[in-house]
Design a protein around this ligand. Structure first.
Ligand code: ADP
Ligand code: MG
Length: 255
């Protein structure tokens, strides 16, 4: 695919759920290899934006362009195949599979949008291509999971499962990675591992949108932060500017 900049363009997106305006006209652009954070109070529309970009919901209004192509309203598996990969606020691994099997499932773009259908299809999926296996091993290493590859994921700590989920999302070699609160419940060491994984992705030109509440985790990782309140952008800029912005302090950071 030819390089397309901006990789992602969100244009005046509105998302309504039976009268409730979760997104009230959001616009943003994301360049290749850049990391954007979405922050804001609970219920401000962060997950909804990720859900609209990844095709879980069709926007009520507005357009989303990915690599110059209008993807708004396309089914999530089509958007996944186009190069958009994501994790969910709640980890979605297949508990009875090993860590390596879970990450390997992500290697196939056809299945990465849905861990359950992946579990059903993995037996038949031809994922033995050496390039995919090499990528999976590299990701296991980058996530600090090399020694856990053969362990059943459901037996492992929560933080390990979350890291494996990010590795799985990257195994499909996406152009855009959407992470919904990936650092929630991680130890400091695990959060550092996660930062390493995101930086690795960035070095490969992957653009990342990350939702998170931990400012220390986001600082030094993100190029741009967008703050939402009630479905609207109230701040866009760098982390330092955010910390001292009156509207952000009022709506989110508190007194
Ligand atoms: P955040 O991720 O910032 O905490 P969300 O995007 O999850 O916020 O939610 C934004 C608003 O949209 C909330 O009021 C939430 O209840 C509502 N919402 C989100 N998803 C749905 C849905 N599927 N049906 C109805 N309301 C929803
Ligand atoms: Mg959320």
């Amino acid at each position: 695919t030819p390089a397309f900049d901006p990789l992602l363009r969100v244009e005046d997106v509105v998302m309504e759920f039976s009268g409730l305006r979760a997104l009230a006209g959001v616009s943003l652009e994301l360049r290749r290899g850049s990391v954007m954070a979405l922050v804001g109070p609970n219920g401000s529309g962060k997950s909804t934006l990720v859900n609209v970009i990844s095709g879980i919901y069709a926007p009520t209004h507005g357009k989303i362009y990915f690599q110059g192509r209008n993807i708004s309203g396309l089914p999530s598996h089509v958007i996944a195949q186009a190069g958009v990969s994501r994790t969910f606020q709640d980890p979605r691994n297949v508990p009875a599979f090993t860590v390596r099997e879970n990450v390997l499932m992500g290697a196939n773009r056809l299945y990465r949008h849905n861990a359950l259908s992946a579990a059903v299809n993995a037996k038949w999926a031809k994922v033995e291509e050496s390039r995919e296996l090499a990528r999976v091993e590299a990701l296991l290493g980058a996530a600090g999971l090399s020694d856990s590859g053969d362990k059943v994921i459901g037996d492992l700590p929560y933080g390990t499962q979350r890291l494996a989920e990010v590795a799985r999302a990257l195994a499909s070699d996406p152009e855009l990675l959407l992470l919904d609160e990936p650092a929630a419940g991680l130890s400091e060491a695990e959060a550092e591992q996660l930062v390493g994984l995101i930086r690795l992705a960035q070095r490969h030109g992957v653009a990342v949108i990350v939702i998170d509440h931990h400012m220390d985790f986001l600082a030094g990782l993100v190029d741009e932060v967008v703050v939402f309140e009630a479905g609207e952008e109230i701040y866009r800029g760098d982390m330092d500017g955010m910390r001292t912005d009156p509207a952000v302090i009022e709506a989110y950071l508190g007194a």
